[in-house]
Design a protein around this ligand. Structure first.
Ligand code: GDD
Ligand code: MN
Length: 376
């Protein structure tokens, strides 16, 4: 082949994308075509591509995405099976890109695609990360948010700012654009569960990032329903605590310990209540409280700490509960053993008692993870 011919052939190839849009989806079939239409309209003059990362949605989102990619090769789909998780989907999508810039955006048309060119412009000018923000001037959350959600979001966000020392306003945003190299560098340190990918990226970045915000109005969801719930909020809390401990304490243990502390509160309340009943002495009151607290811990852990391995149905729940009682008994032995041993070495009551509690919690957690809730 002549060199000239090769040149023309090369020209016929599409230009490499400057921007990869990563779109996490779960049951977004009804929004996909409209999303692509809007993105295409917003990004005229930009070489872009889209990676739809679908967690095997029952509504067939991935099949539709793949069908669309026959007519429009800028669209690709990454179908993940037997896995769920927004953050993980975003990370995998971003790592599948080879463009210099990647963006994450929801599929449900709540994020305003018209600010994409402005975001890209800021990156071209040397900014590392641009956040589509509902709180800066020109941004608003009035349309798409319920009052309760708005309050949770404000609270989570104040907490996050403190924990991550980040001073931009929409840390919970699922709409952002970033240099791909930043993601490549911090990817091994990111958590793949939950919704808090942006805060995680900021906390895990290898160097301080130049961050800017562009405001937009959070729109009503068009089709389908939101997957954001209280568990998502808890997950976020777990991430903050994990980062605050320098990543040394696993998120699941943090939840386990938090649930344990609700158990302690419940225990104290129950003892005091039971003692009000005539004829009930302290040993009985204490025993009732132990049973109540353990049972409550079991059910809360089942929906929060081990939600991915949740036990359902009467028999699995009963079996799990009995195992959990057994595990707690071991935990109590570990607790008392360590506390007594330490007290012998250094007769400091609070220190020994606390060491016992921590030891008991670690035991309970380890045994629960092994025997009560098995994760694959
Ligand atoms: N692949 C995948 N896997 N995608 C998911 C999953 C999942 O497990 N869960 C949700 N998604 C997709 C949805 O299909 C949607 O495109 C996007 O992630 C956001 O999910 P929504 O369920 O619509 O979230 P939201 O609107 O309630 O939450 C928004 O606000 C939060 C902050 O308050 C999002 O922008 C979040 O990213 C943001 O943290
Ligand atoms: Mn949404």
């Amino acid at each position: 082949m002549q060199l000239a011919e090769m040149e023309t052939e090369k020209k016929a190839l599409p230009l490499p994308a400057e921007l990869t849009l990563v779109i996490p989806t779960f049951n977004e079939r009804g929004n996909l075509r409209e999303l692509i239409r809007r993105v295409d309209a917003a990004l005229t003059g930009v070489e872009w591509e889209m990676i739809v990362v679908d967690d095997d949605s029952p509504d067939g989102t991935s099949a539709l995405a793949k069908k669309i990619s026959h007519d429009d090769p800028r669209i690709r789909c990454l179908r993940r099976v037997n896995r769920r998780g927004l953050a993980g989907a975003c990370i995998e999508g971003m790592l599948a890109s080879s463009a210099p810039v990647v963006a994450v955006m929801d599929a449900d048309l709540q994020h305003d695609e018209r600010i994409l060119p402005q975001m890209l412009q800021r990156l071209r000018e040397g900014i590392d990360l641009v956040v589509g923000s509902r709180h800066v001037e020109g941004g608003s959350a009035d349309e798409g948010f319920s009052a309760r959600r708005a309050a949770i979001s404000r609270f989570a966000h104040r907490l996050a700012q403190k924990a991550l020392h980040a001073d931009f306003s929409d840390l919970m945003s699922g709409f952002f654009m970033v240099r791909r190299e930043i993601i490549e560098e911090c990817a091994p340190h990111l958590t793949s569960s939950g919704f808090k990918i942006l805060a995680d990226v900021v906390a895990s970045a290898r160097k301080p990032l130049k961050i800017e915000e562009v405001g937009y109005t959070f729109r009503e969801r068009q089709a389908g329903e939101s997957k954001f719930d209280i568990k998502v909020g808890l997950d976020f809390l777990g991430l903050l605590l994990n980062k605050a401990s320098g990543g040394r304490i696993p998120v699941r243990f943090i939840f386990f310990a938090l649930v344990g502390s609700t158990g302690v509160a419940l225990h104290l309340a129950t003892v005091n209540l039971a003692l009000l009943v005539p004829g009930v002495g302290f040993p009985l009151a204490q025993s009732i409280a132990v049973a109540v607290a353990m049972t409550s811990n079991f059910f809360i852990n089942n929906v929060i700490t081990y939600r991915d391995a949740q036990l359902k149905g009467f028999w699995p729940l009963l079996r799990g509960l009995l195992y959990f009682y057994a595990v707690c008994a071991f935990g109590a032995i570990a607790n008392v053993g360590v506390a007594a041993w330490l007290y012998n070495l250094y007769p400091l009551v609070s220190l020994s008692a606390l060491a016992g509690v921590v030891m008991g919690a670690v035991w309970n957690f380890t045994l629960s993870s092994l025997f009560v809730w098995r994760q694959d």
